[in-house]
Design a protein around this ligand. Structure first.
Ligand SMILES: Nc1ncnc2c1ncn2[C@@H]1O[C@H](COP(=O)(O)OP(=O)(O)OP(=O)(O)O)[C@@H](O)[C@H]1O
Ligand SMILES: [Mg+2]
Length: 282
């Protein structure tokens, strides 16, 4: 990682040839209050390296977007952060990731607890085959919470937080599977925030949704800013520029450029970033 440097025109060819290319990190991100700190992080699926020495700090209480062509490692990075990749056979990692200053790889770390501190929402909504109410309070049930008052209040609060309360308040006992796609996705977000995580990881949460439902999720992400640190993968450049404070551009497992969203989309320091955000490749 280095500070500002002039754009190099042969960056992508260098990367494709396996050469090391420094990330360009904008000054605004060099000294932030980081909720998540990723340091020299590399990852291999078997022999295939999917992430190369990624270093980036995710600012607390802000929305950070991960963009880049298909297969560049966005989901891999997101799944590494809450150790979902632990379940993959033949996985090797090097480097470190810390949440609130503590390494997520420390021997004493309870992975279930860790995942509670980082709610995750996937591309395809995955409500559980149970009532809307039980879907939302699921994380509390796992913890053994049985107090009806607490469950009711968390359910309402989380559904309000996910901008779904008004649509479902009269049908909480109906199955979560009976909701529309956009409602299911907001239900999954409600479930993800029910345990009050520090960080929300969203992997293309709107890709299966129509513009209206997408608009609601974007409004919701906007509301979550401040209370939550949000790390969102999106293929939609307009969405990244609308909702995020910071944007990271990845390519073939590398972090190419990371900076304030307004700069990444209007005056990026790296020519390849500009080519990507303006749709010239990818
Ligand atoms: N479980 C796995 N086992 C082996 N290789 C994997 C696994 N998951 C991902 N990969 C490989 O790692 C690379 C990065 O994949 P990843 O899913 O992180 O990309 P992505 O940027 O999220 O792509 P997309 O935009 O298509 O979702 C790809 O080459 C992919 O084939
Ligand atoms: Mg992905």
């Amino acid at each position: 990682m280095s500070e500002l440097q002039p754009a190099r025109s042969n960056r992508l060819t260098d990367i494709a040839a396996g050469k090391h290319v420094d990330s360009v990190i904008h000054n605004e991100l060099l000294d932030v209050d980081a909720a998540l700190d990723i340091k020299d992080f590399s990852l291999w699926y078997g022999k295939k390296q999917a992430l190369h020495e990624i270093s980036m700090s995710i600012p607390r209480g802000e929305v950070t977007a991960l963009i880049g062509p298909s297969g560049c490692g966005k989901s891999t990075l997101l799944r590494s952060v809450n150790r979902m990749n632990d379940l993959v056979d033949g996985l090797t990692v090097r480097g470190d990731i810390s949440l609130g200053g503590d390494s997520i790889f420390s021997p004493g770390v309870d992975v279930i607890e860790l995942r509670k501190r980082m709610g995750m929402v996937f591309q395809k909504p995955n409500p559980f085959p149970m009532s809307i109410f039980e879907n939302v309070v699921y994380p509390l049930r796992i913890d053994g919470q049985r107090d009806r008052k607490v469950l009711n209040s968390v359910c309402e609060q989380s559904l309000r937080g996910a901008a779904l309360w008004e649509e479902v308040r009269k049908r909480l006992t109906e199955s979560g599977l009976g909701l529309s796609g956009g409602q299911q996705q907001r239900l999954c977000i409600a479930r993800a925030i029910a345990s009050e995580p520090e960080v929300l990881l969203l992997d293309e949460p709107c890709s299966a949704l129509d513009p209206l439902a997408t608009g609601k999720i974007e409004d919701l992400i906007d509301d979550l800013r401040g209370d939550y640190t949000v790390l969102i993968v999106t293929h939609n450049m307009q969405q990244a520029s609308r909702i995020s404070d910071y944007t990271a551009f990845m390519y073939l497992g590398r972090l190419i450029e990371y900076g304030p969203t307004s700069q990444i989309f209007t005056k990026p320091l790296v020519r390849e970033t500009e080519d990507y955000v303006t749709g010239r490749f990818g």
